[in-house]
Ligand binder design. Structure first.
Ligand code: 4NP
Length: 157
């Protein structure tokens, strides 16, 4: 069966999108449907390429039993637009950058926002936690758990 390929994208690929990747992988593992998906993450900004996820983000994720194992990499338009079925932006800047990189309407159709799938929260983006404190990292995880479940349900229907 053809896998559904999902790429989560933020700015640095060290806080929000590696967390989105880990949260969504846990959701599909718990539901026993891991083999139906391919899940990855990337950043629009290459500055942190090759680095593991931010230590603060990892610490908060580990408290909820998520292991952030991905290594930061930049979004690569020619490969990623062809490979992935859905490219899920964390905030509006990420979405705007991705739109600018789109080669044609077919690429643009793959773009959406993580918060499009929120159920319990009314945020219109996943706020960048990088320059803030503990509460920002916890909020990222709360929003991603909620929207990750919403994303899974939208694909199941
Ligand atoms: P992310 O967070 O986009 O969720 O990975 C950030 C990571 C790095 C920076 C900003 C946000 N930075 O300015 O280096």
């Amino acid at each position: 069966m053809k896998k559904t390929k999902i790429l989560f994208v933020c700015l640095g690929n060290i806080c929000r999108s590696p967390s989105a990747e880990a949260v969504f992988k846990k959701i599909i593992k718990d539901k026993g449907v891991e083999e139906l998906f391919e899940v990855d993450s990337a950043g629009t900004y290459a500055y942190h390429a090759g680095e593991p996820a931010d230590a603060r983000m990892r610490k908060h994720a580990e408290k909820r039993a998520y292991q952030l194992t991905s290594i930061s990499r930049p979004f690569h338009p020619p490969v990623d637009f062809d490979k992935f079925d859905m490219i899920v932006a964390m905030d509006k800047d990420n979405l705007r950058e991705l739109r600018q990189m789109a080669r044609h309407a077919e690429d643009e159709k793959k773009l959406c926002m993580m918060t499009d799938f929120s159920r319990a929260f009314s945020y219109d983006h996943i706020p960048d936690p990088y320059y803030g404190g503990d509460a920002g990292f916890e909020l990222v995880l709360d929003l991603l758990e909620d929207a990750g479940e919403g994303l899974y349900r939208s694909l199941k229907n």
